[in-house]
Design a protein around this ligand. Structure first.
Ligand SMILES: C[S@@+](CC[C@H](N)C(=O)[O-])C[C@H]1O[C@@H](n2cnc3c(N)ncnc32)[C@H](O)[C@@H]1O
Length: 276
């Protein structure tokens, strides 16, 4: 019972924080889905060690809240193009045309190196109309992803493969509007496995700490060559803090402006071992 009250209070705090700082729309359904994800992650993590978190506050703030900043980045980008992703329900009520609705729900988003679903699952909870693909090379994590996909009633595509392989497959190459990535690798290899999946004009949204984005070894400076080869440019950086954490966080948003040459991504492991 005390666990239940503790979780209820935590989720109410989380909801208030999210609505004030990250996403404007948090329905009862949104909360229920986050609770289901929280419950399933706690249950599976005991057996399969899918993700590290110190306690339940850490799971909710450092993982869920942080992931929601990817949803904010997507909706900010779409707002610039006057395509509010939150408006689908409102337009439905108002009886808007079928053509407009199908255009909005056609955004294809992939989370590359998603692990136990972050940031992809929180983003799909916040923005249910996106078409989501989760890419993860470890099978036990994909088993969890299949389970949570069913529990949440989503029709997410789950690819249990290396991103290098997917990036050379014509069914996936240059097919996505947004690629998301969090804690997968250093910036240059992360760009090499992500940018080939984007359509021209698509966005790569990557979570970093401010410190790592600015570091000469891992950060933006070290990725200049990769960006030139891959045909992408840094468009924008969003800085933010998370409640209870001292680090400064940021999201780097890159835009793809031309075709990626056919030799990228290179074979599995090479982008990491021998960064561009
Ligand atoms: C540190 S975890 C982060 C997981 C998740 N993004 C998060 O923020 O909690 C990195 C994940 O990326 C996956 N990964 C790393 N390189 C990959 C690749 N080339 N293709 C597919 N998955 C990859 C790993 O298996 C691992 O599950």
């Amino acid at each position: 019972m005390s666990d239940f009250i503790e979780n209820e209070t935590l989720f109410t705090e989380f909801e208030h924080y999210a609505v004030k700082n990250v996403i404007p729309f948090f329905s009862k359904e949104t909360r229920k889905k986050f609770e289901t994800y929280f419950y399933e992650l706690n249950k599976w993590n005991k057996k399969f060690n899918l993700i590290s978190f110190k306690n339940i506050r850490d799971l909710v703030y450092r993982h869920f809240c942080d992931s929601l900043y990817s949803a904010k980045a997507i909706s900010d980008i779409l707002t610039v193009y006057r395509l509010s992703i939150y408006s689908k329900r409102k337009r439905k009520r108002e009886g808007a045309g079928r053509k407009q609705k199908s255009a909005e729900s056609a955004f294809k988003v992939a989370d590359l190196g998603t692990g136990s679903g972050m940031p992809g699952i929180p983003v799909k909870i916040a923005l249910p109309c996106i078409k989501l693909t989760l890419i993860e090379s470890i099978t036990k994590k994909c088993r969890f992803l299949n389970n949570i996909n069913n529990k949440l009633g989503f029709n997410t595509e789950i690819l249990n493969k290396r991103a290098e392989e997917i990036g050379q497959n014509t069914s996936y190459r240059q097919q996505y509007d947004f690629i998301l990535s969090r804690a997968v690798s250093k910036l240059s290899p992360n760009l090499e496995i992500s940018i080939p999946l984007l359509k021209i004009g698509g966005y790569f949204i990557v979570h970093k700490t401010k410190k790592s984005a600015e570091s000469s070894k891992d950060g933006l400076q070290s990725a200049e060559n990769a960006l030139k080869h891959l045909g992408a440019k840094l468009e924008r950086t969003i800085y933010y803090n998370l409640p209870e954490y001292e680090s400064d966080y940021c999201i780097l948003i890159f835009k793809k402006h031309k075709d990626t040459p056919a030799n990228f991504p290179r074979k599995s492991g090479i982008p990491e071992k021998n960064p561009l």
